[in-house]
Ligand binder design. Sequence first.
Ligand code: RB5
Length: 149
Amino acid sequence: MTANNRIVLTSDHTAIPLRQAIAAHVSAQGWVVVDIGPTAPDSTPYPKQGEAAARRVATGDCRFGIILCGTGQGIMMAANKVRAIRCGVCADTFSARMIRQHNDANMLSIGARVVGEGLALDIVDAFLTAQFDGGRHTPRVEMITALEA
Ligand code: RB5
């Protein structure tokens, strides 16, 4: 685990139970969970939640962000608009591992209407235990960052 052991979690209204399951799962592993809601099932726009979580990661307050909506797509798009964020949607463990190893992703997005809880927790584990490979991947990630200029 890294020195910053804080993970920000958020979702829209479609993914509250799965988000809470992920929060309990990573908390049991020793991560400090910063859950920024929502808790009520009222309609909550995913862009607002994605942005709020992304800012926690971009400022360094949290090492990683895990964000959820129905598909995982909309909230990922919002998060990736924030400078320094590299967020991928994953519905399989291979992709979750590779976005860390090759893309140095700092946020993971999951679709609560796409994957069940068991697979979602495996995806989270794959993401959190993988390390960035560096090497030939470093200049490629730097090219992504350069697009922000
Ligand atoms: C909400 O109905 C749904 O659009 C949202 O959860 C997400 O799937 C958007 O990308």
